[in-house]
Design a protein around this ligand. Structure first.
Ligand SMILES: Nc1ncnc2c1ncn2[C@@H]1O[C@H](COP(=O)(O)OP(=O)(O)OP(=O)(O)O)[C@@H](O)[C@H]1O
Length: 418
C-alpha cells in the first residue's frame, strides 16, 4: 500500500466518536488503518513483553510517546510508538542508531538522545516502529504540557547545544528541524521511582473516552485518549536537581534528519521562523511547497535563531510586529544580516516592507539586542551578539561549522561556571 493510500484511508470525520476531538490530545481519527497504535496505560509492549506503559509523555504528528518501565533492566524509558504508515518509511531509526554512544565510551556527554532499543509491534492499524530511548525533558516550557520546568539557560547550556550539533554533524547527519522544542535535557536518576510511586505522585490522568458512533474496528482505537503527564512539574517537585546544573543537553527528534553523504536532502519541515535563508527565500518567492536543497549549514542558522529564544528573548525578527508572514521573513533576514543579495532585490522591492528597518540598520538592530540581553541578565551580551552574527550569514558557504563555533571567544572566554 502506498503512502497516499494510507492517508486516504485515515478516518477524517471526528463524528466517528461520540465526544469529538480535543486539540490537547492526538486526533482520534488517527486511530485507524496506517495510523496510531492503540495503547492504554498498563499495556506491556515488546516480544517477549518487556516495557510496561506507566504514563503518557506526549504526542507528535507521527507518534505517541509513553513513559514505560523496562522490566528486564529495571529502568524507566520513553517509548515512541510511530504511526504504522511511517514504519519502514522513516530514516529516524538508522540515524538514532548512528548516534548511540556506548556506555563504555570515555566519559563523554552523548549530546543526542540515546536509543536504548527498538522493535516493532503490531496492532489492528498495522505494524508500528517503537523507539526505546532515554527520558528527556524539554529545555524550555511547552505550553501544551504546561510544564513549569525551566532550567537556567547559561553559556554552558548554549555551548552544549553547539557541542551537540557538532557531534551529530561529525556523524554525517543534518538535523533539519532545530528549534527550542527539539533540545532537551537528560533526566538523571529517574529509575529511583517505582511504578507505584510514579502513579502515587502524579495526578490521575484526565481521559477522553473514545465511544464509536458507527461500525468501526473496535481494536483500532484505545478505550480512551489520556493526558500527558507534566514531566517538568514532576521533576521540579520530586527531582529538583534535574532543574539545576550541571545540565546534560540532548538534541531530539530526528524525524527530518538525513545522512549528508547519502540521498539528497528531504523536504524541509522547519517553520519559516527557524528556517535558513536558502529555504525561506525559495518558499517565500516560489511558494511554501517549493523544494530547496539544505544541509548542515542550514542547521547553523536555525541554531542561532534558537539561541535567541533559549536565552529568553522572543521574536528575533521584530517583536513589535504582529502578523509577520513567511513572505516577510527574507526582508527581516536581510535587515539582521546587513546584506541584500542581488537575487533577492526584485522580490523585496515587489513587497510592502513589513518594517521601516532595512539591511542598512543591522548594526543598530544588534545594538538593541545587546541591550535587551544585558537587561535580561544574559551572560556576556556583546560576546553572544558577535557569535550570533557569525552564524547568521545569508550565504551558507560563509557560515562557520559547529566545530569551529566551539572555539568562538564566547565559549572560550571567561564565562559563568555553574
Ligand atoms: N525521550 C522523551 N522523553 C520525554 N518525553 C518525550 C520524549 N520523546 C518525546 N517526548 C514527548 O513527546 C512529544 C512528541 O514527541 P516527538 O516530537 O518526538 O514526536 P513526533 O511524532 O516526531 O512529532 P513532531 O515531528 O510533530 O514533533 C514531545 O513533544 C515530548 O513532549
Amino acid at each position: 500500500m502506498s503512502d497516499s493510500d494510507f492517508s486516504d484511508s485515515f478516518a477524517s470525520d471526528v463524528d466517528l466518536f461520540g465526544f469529538g476531538d480535543d486539540e490537547d490530545y492526538e486526533s482520534s481519527a488517527a486511530y485507524s488503518i496506517g495510523g496510531l497504535c492503540p495503547i492504554k496505560l498498563g499495556d506491556v509492549l515488546g516480544t517477549p513483553p518487556r516495557y510496561r506503559v506507566i504514563s503518557k509523555l506526549g504526542f507528535g504528528s507521527f507518534s505517541t510517546v509513553w513513559l514505560a518501565r523496562d522490566r528486564v533492566l529495571s529502568r524507566t524509558v520513553a517509548l515512541k510508538v510511530v504511526k504504522a504508515e511511517q514504519t519502514g518509511q522513516s530514516r529516524e531509526l538508522g540515524i538514532l542508531q548512528r548516534l548511540v554512544v556506548p556506555a563504555s565510551a570515555p566519559s563523554k556527554n552523548p549530546c543526542a538522545i540515546q536509543l536504548l532499543d527498538s522493535f516493532e509491534t503490531t496492532s489492528a492499524n498495522g505494524v508500528h516502529q517503537v523507539f526505546v530511548t532515554e527520558l528527556t525533558v524539554h529545555l524550555l516550557d511547552q505550553p501544551w504540557i504546561c510544564s513549569r520546568f525551566r532550567p537556567r539557560v547559561t553559556k554552558d547550556v548554549l555551548r552544549q547545544t553547539v557541542e551537540a550539533l557538532a557531534f551529530i554533524h561529525s556523524r554525517g547527519i543534518a538535523h533539519g528541524d532545530l528549534h527550542p522544542a527539539n533540545f532537551g535535557l537528560a533526566v538523571p536518576d529517574f529509575d529511583q521511582f517505582s511504578d507505584a510511586a510514579i502513579w502515587e505522585m502524579t495526578d490521575v490522568p484526565e481521559t477522553w473516552p473514545l465511544v464509536p458512533t458507527c461500525d468501526v474496528d473496535l481494536n483500532s482505537f484505545p478505550p480512551y485518549i489520556c493526558d500527558a503527564m507534566d514531566l517538568g512539574a514532576f521533576l521540579l517537585q520530586y527531582l529538583p536537581k534535574a532543574a539545576a546544573p550541571p545540565y546534560s543537553v540532548r538534541i531530539l527528534d530526528f524525524g527530518s534528519a538525513y545522512l549528508v553523504d547519502g540521498s539528497p536532502s528531504p523536504q524541509y519541515k522547519t517553520p519559516a521562523y527557524y528556517s535558513a535563508p536558502e529555504i525561506a527565500f525559495s518558499r517565500a518567492s516560489l511558494g511554501k511547497e517549493a523544494y530547496a536543497p539544505w544541509d548542515q549549514r542550514s542547521d547553523i542558522w536555525s541554531l542561532a535563531v534558537t539561541f535567541h529564544n533559549l536565552v529568553g528573548a522572543q521574536g528575533i525578527y521584530d517583536e513589535s510586529l504582529m502578523g509577520v508572514t513567511a513572505n516577510d521573513i527574507p526582508y527581516f533576514m536581510a535587515s539582521l544580516c546587513g546584506e541584500m543579495p542581488d537575487a533577492w532585490r526584485d522580490y523585496i522591492a515587489s513587497h510592502e516592507p513589513p518594517s521601516d528597518r532595512t539591511h542598512e540598520d543591522a548594526d543598530e538592530i544588534w545594538k538593541e539586542k545587546e541591550e535587551q540581553f544585558a537587561a535580561m541578565g544574559v551572560d556576556d551580551p556583546p560576546g553572544l551578539v558577535k557569535l550570533m552574527r557569525r552564524m547568521l550569514v545569508l550565504d551558507p558557504a560563509k557560515r562557520p561549522t559547529a566545530a569551529e563555533l566551539l572555539d568562538d571567544p564566547y565559549f572560550v572566554g571567561k564565562g559563568d561556571k555553574d
